[in-house]
Design a protein around this ligand. Sequence first.
Ligand SMILES: [Ca+2]
Ligand SMILES: [Ca+2]
Ligand SMILES: [Ca+2]
Length: 293
Amino acid sequence: MKKYALALLLGCFFAWFNFSCENNTDNFTDIVLDENGDEMDSTEEDDDTSEDDMDESDENDDDTDDTDENDSENGTEVLLTASADMLSNDGEGEQAWDDVVSLSAVKINGNPGRVVFEKRFRDDGFGVAGGRWEQIDYYYEYQGEVVKASEQLIVSFSVPVTQVMLQVGQMDPGEGRQAQEGKTCADGGANRVDESGKWTAYNASGAEIGTGILLDEFSMEGKLPDSMGSYRFLLDTGQQNISKIVIEATQWGGEERGCPTYRASYANQALNDSGNTENNSEFNLMALGYTKA
Ligand SMILES: [Ca+2]
Ligand SMILES: [Ca+2]
Ligand SMILES: [Ca+2]
C-alpha cells in the first residue's frame, strides 16, 4: 500500500512538470479514462454518466493548469520555480516566493545573508550571496579556520505543508574527491564523488522532524536531462507537517571523507567576499513543490 501511494505521489510530481496533474483532495484518487479516452476521476464513477457530468469532468481538467495559483483549500499542490523577479530589497530579509513560502539566507559565519538568483551557469536557481558562487556554498576551511560549515537557504512556510519536493541545480556530478574507505585525504588514492547537500525539516514548534542527504542516489529519478546537475528530492518526514526547511551544502559525497581542492582563481572573483580558494560542494534551488496540509 505504501509503495502504491508513493508511486502515485511520484507520478504526480512528474506530472507537475507537464502541468497535467490532477489536483489532489484529501486522498489520492485513481485516474481512469472515460469512453472518449479523457481522464476522469474514479470517485465520480458512481455518478450517472450523463453528458453534463462529462462536461464537468473536462472543466476539472482545465483547473489543473492552475497549480501555481494559491487558494486556501487544504490539499492544494503548488509548484514554484525560481526567478529573479521574486527578490526584493536586494535579497535581504524574508523573500516571499508566494503567499505561503518565503526564503531567507544565512552566511557561513551565521550572520544574516542575502538570497540571490544565480543564472551564471546552466542550471538557474536561488542561492546565498558570498563565498565562491551565488549558490549555497560549503567550506571545510574559511578565512583560516576549519569550519566545516555551509551557507544556508531557509524555506519558511506560513501554514503547515506536506509532500515537499526540492529541485536543486548545479550539483555537479563527479566533481569531488573522497578518500577511500579507511583512509584519509592525505593518504591519496581518492575516488570521484558528486557535490552534495542536506535538508533538515522542522515543525511549527521548531522541533526537527526529518533530515536527509541530497545526493544522486537519494533523488527521485537521478540527474534530470539537459541539466548540469539538477536533481529532485521528495522529503520524507514520516507524514509530519513541515513549517521550515534548512538547505545546506555538505562536504563532497555527503561525508567527512571528502577532500577539498583549491583553485587560486576563486580568491579574485568579484562575488567572493572571503578570499578563499577552496572548491567544494555548492548548488542552488531551482524549484520547490509542496502540498498544504
Ligand atoms: Ca554562495
Ligand atoms: Ca564545486
Ligand atoms: Ca556546483
